[in-house]
Design a protein around this ligand. Structure first.
Ligand code: NAP
Length: 309
């Protein structure tokens, strides 16, 4: 077992809005802080073309740009950011261990801020055509579908935000949603309704995604009738699954796999905490993730005070 030898005050698993905010607050409080991020800093927010509801940016701000500002601020206050995938957590009493394969980091407190990723729809063809027409990120893949026809699946904020972005490139968009009402904010739905490239396919379920080498279309069942939507791409936005594999059988999770935490963001074991989209709740925003990043650091500082008495 490799060991980093040094003991951190706070290790944050995940460098999205919640994790980076915790790092800013931790750094400013003088805590020795490490952020472990498996891929790109910024999490899902960094893949969002334009964030229009984060205060302070009346014209909106690109998700990537906003996350780079968070990162710069965290580093300015001394947070270390390391690219590594956390595989397990363990508890040695006063020291909490964060395992990244053979490398083990030691800390007084651990914040799980590992976020969530797109949930698959689970229909025939989805896996086969993943990366060959099936995508979970309009901001990343939209430009590949210039002047093409795409199907967007889902009726939440992500589906609407992404289809508005996709409409800049594509010729036509079918929006397939299983109900006739939407979860998405009204401002987004109203903007989409104005868009002449968009055709709504409501009360419709996806039967399969088909093609030969690449996607050629989607079969749907709408109000009992089968329909064939010819398309070059399929964008799936049907919610998120939490990144909590490394917490299994160690921290309490809800039935969807999201981390259970109390209102002050303490997880089910002393010294372990949660923040951001990975935590079980019903509202997921950059603004709420930021609030939780601040709150969780406050909880840790309170717990350290008690321990140090
Ligand atoms: P979401 O709000 O949970 O919406 C998921 C959508 O997918 C719903 O319309 C749902 O339909 C549909 N769906 C789920 N399972 C399905 C299935 N098996 N078959 C067909 N359709 C299915 O997820 P999200 O849009 O990814 O948003 C996640 C969170 O991020 C939300 O809290 C959202 O507010 C937040 N977010 C915020 C912004 C923003 O503030 N601008 C942007 C993006 C995301 P039903 O409605 O029928 O259940």
């Amino acid at each position: 077992m490799a060991d980093t030898k040094e003991l951190y005050d706070m290790i944050i698993v995940g460098g999205g809005p919640a994790g980076l905010t915790a790092a800013i607050y931790g750094g400013r409080a003088g805590l020795k802080t490490l952020v472990l991020e498996r891929a790109m800093v910024g999490g899902q927010a960094a893949n969002t073309h334009l964030i229009e509801n984060y205060p302070g940016f009346p014209e909106g701000i690109g998700g990537w740009d906003l996350m780079q500002l968070f990162l710069a601020q965290a580093q300015r206050y001394g947070a270390e950011v390391v690219t590594s995938t956390v595989t397990a957590l363990s508890d040695m009493g006063n020291e909490k261990l964060v395992h990244c394969g053979d490398i083990v980091y030691r800390s007084r407190a651990v914040i799980v801020a590992s976020g969530a990723g797109p949930r698959p729809l689970g229909v025939p063809g989805e896996e086969d055509f993943s990366g060959r027409g099936v995508s979970y990120c309009g901001t990343c893949d939209g430009p590949l579908f210039r002047d093409k026809t795409v199907v967007v699946i889902g009726g939440g904020n992500t589906a609407f935000q992404e289809l508005i972005f996709l409409s800049r490139f594509v010729k036509k968009i079918y929006l397939v949603h299983r109900r006739s009402e939407f979860r998405a904010q009204r401002v987004l739905v109203d903007e989409a309704r104005e868009n002449e490239k968009l055709e709504f396919c409501l009360e419709a379920e996806v039967v399969s995604i088909y093609g030969s080498n690449v996607v050629e279309g989607v079969k749907i069942r709408q109000k009992g009738e089968e329909r064939d939507l010819k398309a070059d791409g399929v964008f799936i936005f049907v919610g998120h699954s939490p990144h909590t594999e490394f917490c299994q059988n160690f921290l309490a999770l809800d039935e969807g796999g999201f981390l259970l935490a109390d209102p002050d963001l303490r997880a089910s074991r002393p010294g372990f905490y949660g923040a951001g989209d990975v935590v079980s709740k019903d509202f997921f925003q950059v603004a709420t993730a930021v609030g939780e990043g601040a709150q969780v650091t406050h909880s840790i500082l309170m717990d350290f005070q008690v321990q140090d008495q």
